[in-house]
Design a binder for this molecule. Structure first.
Ligand SMILES: *Cc1c(COP(=O)(O)O)cnc(C)c1O
Length: 231
């Protein structure tokens, strides 16, 4: 019951934010972040219409995607260690956290082995936070050029987790910068780069993110309730 109410509220807020941004809410993908959530509850969410699920631990993504029969889109969000790529490369529709050349190299290697391609988002450290992963914005062009060495790695957009801000205007400024970069890179000439998804906004800020141009939001606790522990 609570899950249903939470989901309705999130959909309603996405709808309103999309309208304010002059967009069709159907073009905004809601990724329900199910980290720490058990399979039964995830199944309930699927029964309520959830189509996209996000996990931050590769082995959990593997385990849950094998336990759940429904055909849903699994997203790998959050830091991805090179030695864990093998668990997600053929299970995730999108890897949201491509942030270094070494990771692209391993994704390429696993893709060649399995004869597949992997769709990825480039994670940007928009707030330049020392402890956060993601590339710095000014290195974007060089990074994209380096990725052209990996033809099985398809860049489909950008992702960010901005700094936690008291001031939502400042927060929106980060989202705005991401959107500008996303629009700029639509002109990038490389057949392996195609800007389709701008993944930003979590439980506390997905409305602001949509108002600034996000077309993919990653919402966990606002759907599944507060997590007992933070990961
Ligand atoms: C946990 C997580 C989310 C969802 O966070 P909530 O605040 O629970 O909505 C989104 N993105 C990433 C990368 C996460 O790790």
């Amino acid at each position: 019951m609570e899950l249903q109410q939470n989901l309705s509220l999130v959909h309603e807020k996405i709808q309103r934010a999309a309208e304010s941004a002059g967009k069709n809410a159907q073009n905004i993908t809601l990724v329900a972040v199910s980290k720490t959530v058990d399979v039964d509850k995830i199944q309930q969410a699927i029964d309520l219409g959830v189509t996209d699920l996000g996990e931050n631990r590769p082995q959990e993504l593997k385990r849950k995607s094998e336990a759940i029969a429904a055909s849903v889109n699994w997203h790998q969000i959050g830091q991805l260690q090179t030695n864990k790529v093998k668990y997600v490369v053929d299970r995730a529709v999108l890897i949201h956290s491509l942030d270094r050349v070494g990771l692209a190299e391993e994704i390429e290697r696993q893709c060649v082995k399995k004869n597949i391609v992997a769709s990825c988002l480039i994670q940007v450290n928009i707030g330049r936070e020392p402890n956060k992963s993601g590339i710095m914005m000014e290195t974007m062009d060089d990074f994209l050029k380096e990725l052209s060495a990996f033809p099985h790695v398809k860049v489909k957009g950008l992702m960010t987790v901005p700094p936690i801000m008291e001031n939502s205007q400042k927060q929106r400024e980060y989202f705005r910068q991401m959107h500008q970069e996303f629009e700029r890179l639509k002109q990038w000439e490389d057949k392996n780069v195609r800007m389709e998804y701008l993944s930003m906004g979590m439980s506390d800020d997905y409305v602001e993110a949509i108002l600034e141009g996000a077309n993919m939001v990653r919402v966990g606790s606002a759907i599944f309730g507060a997590r007992n522990y933070h990961i």
